[in-house]
Design a protein around this ligand. Structure first.
Ligand SMILES: Cc1cc2nc3c(=O)[nH]c(=O)nc-3n(C[C@H](O)[C@H](O)[C@H](O)COP(=O)(O)OP(=O)(O)OC[C@H]3O[C@@H](n4cnc5c(N)ncnc54)[C@H](O)[C@@H]3O)c2cc1C
Length: 398
């Protein structure tokens, strides 16, 4: 009997690399086609909640990730206007005890490196960098993809095609007739600095906790990465700047202006990075993620605001559930993909909606901000943490 053709994955970001590893664990071959000549991540961090780390650990990545990750002791939420703490949510070992998997903060380069090493070691995964895809054609029993890889032209026959090509996905537009992403009217500024450089900043537990500051028209997040050697800073501001790139250098003067009325310690922190990169935040809401033997995963399907820190986690969940769905033998590939979409859509949509809710409550001012603060203080750390249960406690069925 002829061997089943590989699954073709377009894009080697978090979604594509995790999908390839999850498929390989089930014995499936894949070809991963990545546009970039070499994979390098922006100098920024990512929070990985237990729903995501559980999957990464199942894929065998704990030894590679743990030495580089930090499990912050707490999440400290502050009101910037009053410069005071609203809540301190215990994280650290307690999270692993409660959810069976850790809450880690890592540098994106470290996550990508761990995924990439595992992909390169796996003989079932054929990773091609520097790809220019010329054509993707769904057929009755699969897909064909024609691509230039450097100066070589390849014709690939696949069993299914996974579009993991991010927020500006061409797979979405070309094969599913989907729309381009929508700008959200918010920009994220990102920088990492050596933690030692932040020694003079008067923010308590700056290098051992995750900090979240809420303020008028902006919020700030900081946490340690690279085993605590570096500090990652993200400032999200309301504005109407639009650009498709991940790595545009921002003018620090613009950031200083947006945070003029913030506490001096925050302004001291924001003054430290030599370079800030900005990213116009976008969202994707597609009515369908599958068509025949084509499926979209990760940001290609449902890019969301990063205000519950879940876009990457949803990409990781998508990949794991998709690999399980494709391993079924009791139904056609088309039906397996449809079943996967039916399972994933309600959860990803609920998470995206929760991120939109945070987008409005985080940036409040005046009386509404006071009401928000009161609610947070009344709820207290335990109940605030409990509100994350449905996201962090997720486990793959079966
Ligand atoms: C400021 C900010 C903070 C965030 N913080 C968090 C967080 O703390 N936790 C969390 O879980 N998530 C977070 N996210 C979200 C997370 O970064 C994304 O959801 C995640 O990176 C999406 O991964 P992806 O693989 O779907 O897409 P991408 O990472 O965009 O990868 C897509 C890949 O496809 C490739 N590609 C594109 N087009 C083509 C093509 N035509 N042919 C071949 N290859 C192609 C690209 O080069 C890229 O390598 C944050 C996002 C932002 C903006």
């Amino acid at each position: 009997m002829a061997e089943t053709p590989p699954v073709v994955i377009v894009g080697a970001g978090i979604a594509g690399l995790t999908a390839a590893l999850a498929l390989a664990r089930g014995g499936r071959r894949s070809v991963v086609l990545e546009r970039a000549d070499h994979l390098s991540e922006v100098g920024a961090g990512i929070q990985l909640s237990p729903n995501a780390t559980r999957i990464l650990i199942d894929l065998g990545l704990r030894p590679a990730l743990e030495p580089l990750a930090v499990a912050p002791r707490e999440l400290v939420i502050r009101d910037a206007a009053a410069d005071r703490i609203l809540a301190e949510l215990p994280l650290g070992q307690g999270i692993e005890t409660a959810y069976g998997a850790p809450y880690w903060v890592v540098h994106r380069g470290d996550l990508q490196g761990a995924l990439l090493d595992a992909v390169r070691r796996d003989g079932r995964i054929d990773l091609a960098l520097g790809c220019c895809i010329e054509g993707m054609v769904p057929t009755d029993d699969g897909v064909t993809v024609d691509a230039w890889i450097g100066s070589q032209r390849r014709h690939i026959v696949g069993d299914a095609l996974i579009g993991a090509d991010g927020v500006w996905s061409q797979t979405r537009v070309k094969l599913l007739g989907g729309k381009p992403a929508r700008y959200s009217g918010r920009t994220a500024w990102r920088a990492t600095i050596p933690a030692a450089q932040a020694g003079s900043v008067a923010i308590d537990r700056l290098t051992s906790t995750t900090g979240l500051w809420l303020g008028p028209s902006a919020h700030l997040v900081h946490y340690p990465v690279r085993a605590g050697r570096d500090l990652n800073i993200i400032a999200a501001v309301d504005d109407d700047w639009i650009d498709q790139r991940w790595d545009v250098l921002g003018d620090p003067a613009d950031l200083v202006r947006a945070f003029t009325a913030w506490p001096a310690a925050v302004r001291d922190l924001l003054a430290l990075p030599q370079a800030w990169r900005k990213w116009a935040l976008c969202a994707v809401s597609e009515p369908r993620w599958t068509k025949g033997r084509v499926a979209l995963i990760g940001d290609a399907a449902h890019a969301m605001l990063p205000f519950v820190a879940q876009g990457g986690a949803m990409a990781i969940e998508d990949a794991a559930v998709l690999a399980t769905a494709l391993a079924r033998t009791d139904r056609s590939v088309e039906q397996r993909l449809k079943g996967w979409e039916a399972e994933r859509r309600p959860r990803a949509m609920r998470v995206a909606s929760s991120a939109r809710d945070n987008a409005s409550t985080y940036h409040l001012s005046g009386l509404p901000a006071k009401a928000r603060n009161l609610v947070m203080q009344m709820l207290g750390p335990d109940r605030l943490l409990k509100r994350m249960d449905w996201i962090w406690g997720w486990k793959q069925a079966g």
